[in-house]
Ligand binder design. Sequence first.
Ligand code: RB5
Length: 146
Amino acid sequence: MKIGIGNDHAGVEMKHEIIEFLESMGHQVVNYGTDEKASCDYPVYGEKVARAVAAGEVDKGILICGTGVGISLAANKVHGIRAVVCSEPATARLSRLHNDANVLAFGARIVGMELAKMIVETWLNTEFEGGRHQRRVDLIMDVENR
Ligand code: RB5
């Protein structure tokens, strides 16, 4: 899978480890995030990754900031994006099964490295269930058209 990854200053170290982890699983990674620890603005990177996902340049997006919250809020402003903040694998799994989430966010100040890897692996390896969930996802996306 081709994955776009983005982060602010709070997520630099975790981002690099996650990139290595993704590549070790055979994924191709495009880095849209900052590699500097100087304070920067997370919406910039949330939007970059979200636009790449919406345009089909990458299959899915992963975002890391301090909490995962701000960067996911920015990503969700882009049409076609369903970004979720996950701090444990159960939500990550259900966000794929039921919500067909196309962007995953988490907080480098909230989850440890091993938990972050479990969240990423679970999220990437879970397929959307479709069926009744498709109707609900369609209803979510309809909100963007009104
Ligand atoms: C940066 O200090 C912090 O606000 C940011 O990384 C993130 O947690 C915002 O939601």
